[in-house]
Design a protein around this ligand. Structure first.
Ligand code: CA
Length: 497
């Protein structure tokens, strides 16, 4: 009897020491916008870009003010989110070409390599990746076989279902890949892809140089990278020929991937699901459906943002209609804004008087706060307090351990090594987030956050105190050399390989 009561006491103590969540959510949806800045939507103060679905999500959940992507660019941010590791830990996590090899570890390649979708699978969730991929495909030991089975693909890294754009909309091939096969391909019209630097790869190739008359008004390149094969009236990075029946129409991408998400939700028939939905919006080339043209007051870039908001609303509606009210919904973006990024689409003029990272400085490619400080909204009915705000420092790298905790699955030793278990922050219960954060640059100097302090570790270091100076204008480095030295030592110790 005494032994039994001791055991009961021990169990009670264990429960108090490590409180578990009452129940797992039936669905976890990670809605990942592309190149969307902190100040780009009406949910974060941009009244000229109406995003009612985001506003509704914020009114039902928690709006974060100091949430970060791992880097200010696409590929490494996505790598960090899905692995729980800083991207600089793995060589080759730069912005990838459309024919690059897969950079995520495949399922079964070692417990220390476990990915977020594999953890979700282990917790009993049916997993899907829908939308933009940009993490490479295939092994890299041979060119990707766009005309056969592409392996490894998202399926091999833990997604039961995948329907993805191989890379980005501005890179070839401009086709969807579903569970390792190009969608709608005619085998008699095989796809060829090349990323060599030739102005024209094939004598009959239509490029921005050879046939500028074929370009849509907003499909004209503004640099020498985006001037290769013309597809759907837009010149791209890289060369592609063949695959005519499989080529997407840019104006249909948002509708197409949203329809795939709706289908996945429906066909899951109430089983637990983890949906990683990565929008193409508002990355270039911005070519929203005609029904969104002119709906914002800030041109095509604002219109693409309203389209993204519509997709979010449709996915939430599909969840509600299919018995997934018990959904943990996370909305965020992969890096900060870049108004004009490769095309003459008018955005430069439309946004001349606006700061899409407001109130922060910088954007995509930079380590000023605008590069990695992301809009982030988290909702979970009955669990996350509606209409709240959270100021804790948190990184997308922390999603892996935090979500693992929420679904009560063990993270193996050595896995997700840069991820911090901040589930109580993610769910809005606490504002005690990370103490520090590495901001990996696209190139150049590194950024480092420690509380409200911010170091940019350039030859002439920059030191800011964000509580007083969120816009990073007042460089305190000369006044505070000891603080610079302290932060620099910590940053360099964290990033030493
Ligand atoms: Ca991006």
């Amino acid at each position: 009897m005494r032994l039994l009561s001791q055991r009961l006491l021990l169990i009670l103590l264990l429960c108090l020491a490590a409180p578990a969540f009452a129940a797992k959510p039936k669905a976890i949806v990670l809605f990942y916008a592309d190149d969307l800045g902190y100040g780009d939507t009406s949910a974060y103060g941009q009244a000229k870009v109406p995003t009612p679905n985001l506003e509704r999500l914020a009114s039902e959940g928690c709006r974060f003010c100091d949430a970060h992507s791992a880097t200010p660019i696409c590929t490494p941010s996505r790598f960090s989110l899905l692995t729980g590791r800083y991207a600089f830990r793995r060589p080759g996590t730069r912005i990838l070409d459309g024919d690059a090899k897969l950079i995520l570890p495949v399922e079964g390649s070692g417990e220390e390599n476990v990915t977020l979708p594999v953890l979700m699978k282990r917790a009993g969730y049916r997993t899907a990746a829908i939308g933009k991929w940009h993490l490479g495909l295939g092994k890299g030991d041979a060119p990707i076989d766009w005309n056969g089975t592409i392996k490894p693909s998202p399926r091999e890294v833990g997604f039961d279902k995948s329907f993805v754009m191989a890379a980005t909309a501005d890179r070839v091939p401009c086709v969807f890949v579903e569970d390792g096969a190009v969608v709608g391909l005619d085998p008699n019209d095989p796809i060829e892809v090349s990323y060599d630097n030739a102005e024209r790869k094939w004598p009959d190739e239509l490029t921005a140089h050879s046939n500028p008359e074929l370009l849509k008004e907003w499909g004209r390149p503004s640099d020498r990278q985006h001037d290769k094969t013309i597809i759907d009236g837009i010149s791209r990075i890289g060369h592609m020929r063949g695959g005519k029946s499989a080529i997407w129409k840019d104006q249909d991408i948002a509708d197409r991937i949203t329809a795939e998400a709706e289908a996945f939700i429906k066909e899951s028939s109430g089983k637990p699901i983890f949906l990683y939905f990565a929008t193409n919006d508002i990355h270039v080339p911005r070519d929203p459906s005609p029904r969104f043209r002119g709906v914002s007051k800030l041109g095509i870039r604002g219109d693409a943002t309203v389209q993204m908001d519509d997709c979010l609303g449709r996915i939430r509606k599909a969840l509600a209609e299919n018995g997934y009210n018990d959904t943990l919904f996370i909305f965020t973006s992969d890096n900060g804004p870049k108004v004009s990024d490769g095309y003459e689409d008018g955005a430069r003029d439309d946004w001349a008087d606006e700061n899409p990272a407001a109130p922060f400085r910088g954007g995509k490619y930079t380590v000023y706060e605008g590069g990695t400080r992301m809009p982030m909204i988290v909702a979970w009915p009955g669990r996350v307090k509606p209409g709240t705000e959270n100021h804790a420092l948190i990184s997308q790298t922390d999603f892996a351990r935090s979500l693992a905790k929420i679904v009560d699955v063990e993270v193996p030793a050595g896995a997700c090594s840069d991820s911090q278990e901040l589930s109580y922050v993610l769910l809005g219960d606490s504002e005690k987030g990370r103490e520090s954060l590495v901001e990996q640059p696209a190139w150049g100097a590194w950024g480092y956050r420690k509380g409200a302090w911010k170091l940019i570790d350039s030859a002439e270091p920059q030191l800011y105190f964000l509580d007083d100076d969120p816009g990073e204008r007042n460089n305190l480095a000369k006044e505070q050399p000891a603080k610079v030295a302290e932060l620099r030592a910590e940053l360099r110790a964290l990033t030493a390989q």
